[in-house]
Design a protein around this ligand. Structure first.
Ligand SMILES: *[C@@H]1O[C@H](CO)[C@@H](O)[C@H](O)[C@H]1NC(C)=O
Ligand SMILES: *[C@@H]1O[C@H](CO)[C@@H](O)[C@H](O)[C@H]1NC(C)=O
Ligand SMILES: *[C@@H]1O[C@H](CO)[C@@H](O)[C@H](O)[C@H]1NC(C)=O
Ligand SMILES: *[C@@H]1O[C@H](CO)[C@@H](O)[C@H](O)[C@H]1NC(C)=O
Ligand SMILES: *[C@@H]1O[C@H](CO)[C@@H](O)[C@H](O)[C@H]1NC(C)=O
Ligand SMILES: *[C@@H]1O[C@H](CO)[C@@H](O)[C@H](O)[C@H]1NC(C)=O
Ligand SMILES: *[C@@H]1O[C@H](CO)[C@@H](O)[C@H](O)[C@H]1NC(C)=O
Ligand SMILES: *[C@@H]1O[C@H](CO)[C@@H](O)[C@H](O)[C@H]1NC(C)=O
Ligand SMILES: *[C@@H]1O[C@H](CO)[C@@H](O)[C@H](O)[C@H]1NC(C)=O
Length: 642
């Protein structure tokens, strides 16, 4: 007993006299991974001489004012509504302050990482150096272990938590490689089963909409006409990850399923990001790769034509890990977001040049891709599978696009309150909060999606017709699979465990939670009433017509709903531009201020995780959001704003 007291005293004594690292004795936990990792097994301590490519993300300036800034330009009641920021203003406003750089650099030097070893990213928002495991363990007051991937047998080096001196924490967003383990590529939100419609070969008026939703059906349902303008700079953008566009299907669709003539040589502008390629003619019809892009492009182009469409094909698609992430896409749009020499987060974002055989050999694309006013994405990831710091940083980047006049729409997911496995289509829910919020096929806690959980995204849910006659209106999509409940299709929706409730939806969400309280305890979903809820809106998402490999199919998914809603926003922006106004940027504050411009969906729900999920109710609900678009009313709103 006595000797151990002496030992502690001696240590304190020694520390107080070895000045340079005195600060390190004030370590505070900075990030900790929640719970055990599915698919990864912790092995032995990492060898102390192993080299780690350490990256330290610096805290950006003014982020605490993010909501204020974005609402200032997007809230219809703001005097600055529509006064979007330039890219320069965005970069300057959020660039890390000099004292942030200096603070981190000084700490590294004091800790023995000489300044000659530091390099900075283009946007000067990351500091990078190569450190040994031993050095890095000391720096972050942590222990690194090897982790083995259960399926591939591959290894990664990671820690379970890490610490920073109190005085440095205010400058550091997060550091890598630390707690990151997942390489979660975006997954498409598309019902894997598509129904062949061999009997149908063309337009059938409005009589067969229940069986096959055509552009004609959508126009009748949401009351919009064919596009008749194509304002320069108002092209619509769609991102694709590994789902290649098979060009011959596009003219076949135009010829058979559109009322207005669209020339057969009409193709999207192709924007390749990090090796993204156009039509892969050898694509695999079994996995349905290409169905997603067929759906996205055939529907959107028919709605917005003569306005043009852009295809942002992201990642080389050689290996499942190199397909890309949303960060790779954002890097291509915004050089100031790019990190040091490619690969934003080791183990989360893919590496470029792609080290896989046959992979894209160019560097990560950093800036240079054109920005579109409206972006539609039918992919997402699992909130609980990504580090919180990673999601927060990316969510701010979506906010910055909004500030610059861009509307970003993401599919809400096809598994109700559950989520999907990256590797397959099995529904996954979360384990109870005490065990850690990681994905588990048998979990019972609802599993929200990323980035629809980010408040600066417009999340789109799915509906279907109530009956054969389209004037009967819509209900939330419901397609249970009697053979395998894991393939049930219900509109994704719910409450984030990461992001707080934004003010623009606070009244709508509070109305739902107080008038129609879902009777689930806090271990089933985040029922605090203080978290971001989605979807925001919805559109038809079942039996939507596509031509795939020369044949007609009906496809379902919030993947179908999202490009439909995004195309309607593009038409509305066309109307504004024709009236001498600019496009609307971040949509949500305006949409929530005008619930009357939507067809409120009050029938249906989104079961999952062994529960009935949430129920549709009058007003906003976490199944179909505000509802589906009423074009004439939305047009009135869009044109009434400055
Ligand atoms: C870190 O090491 C790698 C591999 O040797 C090298 O390519 C890279 O340039 C180094 N980075 C820095 C900042 O020294
Ligand atoms: C398109 O229409 C032609 C003529 O009616 C028909 O032969 C063909 O099967 C149709 N193709 C598709 C994909 O529906
Ligand atoms: C959609 O298409 C399927 C398959 O053709 C058909 O059986 C069904 O009635 C249609 N409607 C719904 C709601 O599934
Ligand atoms: C097409 O033109 C008409 C008349 O100028 C206009 O009222 C209409 O809203 C335009 N666009 C669409 C998508 O209907
Ligand atoms: C997929 O390919 C197989 C073999 O080539 C073919 O038999 C099948 O009809 C194809 N499926 C579709 C949906 O085109
Ligand atoms: C694209 O085609 C090549 C063969 O030309 C094939 O090796 C590759 O796997 C294909 N990519 C995808 C994503 O299907
Ligand atoms: C999920 O539960 C089923 C039925 O109890 C069981 O067979 C299966 O192994 C469980 N799966 C996992 C990953 O725990
Ligand atoms: C659909 O419903 C509307 C309104 O109730 C009605 O006027 C119309 O005749 C119906 N159409 C058919 C084909 O039954
Ligand atoms: C619920 O959401 C709030 C607000 O975002 C968050 O602070 C809290 O940690 C969440 N609760 C759980 C259990 O994740």
């Amino acid at each position: 007993m006595r000797s151990s007291i002496l030992l502690i005293a001696a240590t304190c004594f020694a520390a107080s006299f070895s000045a340079p690292t005195a600060d390190n004795h004030n370590f505070v936990l900075h990030e900790k991974r929640d719970g055990a990792h599915h698919q990864w097994t912790k092995r032995t301590r990492a060898h102390p001489d192993e080299i780690l490519p350490v990256r330290i993300g610096l805290i950006q300036s003014n982020l605490h004012k993010a909501e204020e800034y974005i609402l200032d330009v997007s809230d219809p009641s703001s005097p600055n509504f529509g006064r979007h920021w330039s890219a320069e203003k965005v970069a300057n406003t959020f660039a890390p302050a000099k004292k942030t750089h200096d603070g981190v650099a000084e700490w590294l030097v004091k800790s023995g990482i000489d300044a000659t070893r530091h390099t900075y990213s283009t946007g000067r928002n990351w500091i990078q150096f190569n450190g040994t495991v031993a050095e890095t363990e000391q720096l972050f007051n942590t222990e690194y272990h090897y982790y083995e991937h259960d399926l591939s047998g591959g290894y990664r080096i990671a820690c379970d938590e890490y610490h920073l001196p109190q005085s440095v924490r205010e400058y550091v967003d997060f550091a890598m490689p630390t707690i990151q383990l997942e390489g979660m590529r975006p997954i498409r939100n598309l019902l894997p089963k598509i129904a062949a419609k061999s009997s149908q070969t063309g337009l059938t008026g409005l009589a067969n909409c229940y069986d096959l939703i055509t552009i004609e059906c959508l126009r009748a349902l949401y009351q919009f006409g064919p596009g008749n303008t194509s304002a320069a700079g108002n092209e619509m953008g769609i991102g694709e990850w590994a789902d290649f566009l098979y060009l011959p299907d596009l003219p076949l669709f135009f010829a058979n399923y559109t009322t207005q003539p669209i020339p057969s040589n009409t193709v999207p502008e192709f924007i390749s990001i990090d090796g993204g390629q156009t039509a892969n003619l050898t694509y695999d019809n079994e996995t349905g790769s290409g169905v997603e892009s067929a759906l996205d492009f055939q529907t959107s182009y028919s709605i917005i034509y003569p306005q043009k469409l852009r295809l942002y094909q992201v990642g080389d698609g050689v290996n499942i890990d190199s397909v890309g992430t949303f960060n790779i896409f954002l890097d291509a749009l915004d050089a100031s977001y790019c990190t040091y020499l490619g690969g934003d987060a080791p183990y989360v974002d893919p590496e470029y040049p792609d080290p896989n055989e046959g992979g894209y050999e160019g560097p990560l694309q950093c800036g240079g891709a054109p920005i579109s006013n409206v972006f539609s994405f039918s992919y997402n990831q699992i909130e609980a599978a990504l580090p919180v710091s990673y999601q927060v940083r990316q969510c701010h980047e979506w906010m910055k696009l909004g500030l610059q006049g861009v509307s970003v729409l993401f599919a809400a997911g096809d598994s109700g309150v559950a989520n999907r496995y990256n590797a397959g289509y099995e529904n996954s829910c979360l384990t109870s909060p005490d065990v850690g919020p990681y994905v588990d096929v048998n979990g019972t806690r609802f599993s929200p999606s990323f980035p629809t959980n980010c408040p600066w995204i417009t999340a789109v849910g799915a509906t279907f017709l109530k009956g054969e006659n389209i004037s009967d209106g819509e209900v939330a999509v419901a397609l249970p699979d009697s053979d395998d409940p894991k393939n049930d299709y219900y509109s994704g929706g719910g409450f984030s465990n990461v992001f707080a409730l934004p003010s623009y939806q606070s009244a709508a969400v509070t109305n739902y939670l107080t008038k129609y309280p879902p009777h689930y305890p806090s271990h089933i979903y985040n029922n605090s009433g203080t978290s971001r809820a989605y979807p925001d809106v919805s559109a038809i998402g079942l039996n939507v017509t596509i031509v795939y490999l020369g044949k007609t199919f009906g496809v379902g998914g919030t993947s179908a709903s999202t490009p439909i809603f995004a195309s309607i926003v593009t038409l509305l922006n066309e109307e504004r531009i024709a009236a001498g106004k600019g496009p609307i940027c971040f949509l949500n504050p305006m949409l929530y201020a005008h619930p009357e411009a939507f067809n409120d969906i009050t029938v249906g729900g989104n079961p999952g995780c062994g529960s009935a999920g949430f129920k549709c109710q009058p007003g906003w609900d976490p199944v179909t959001g505000l509802g589906t678009p009423n074009y004439p009313k939305l047009k009135e709103v869009f044109l009434s704003l400055p």
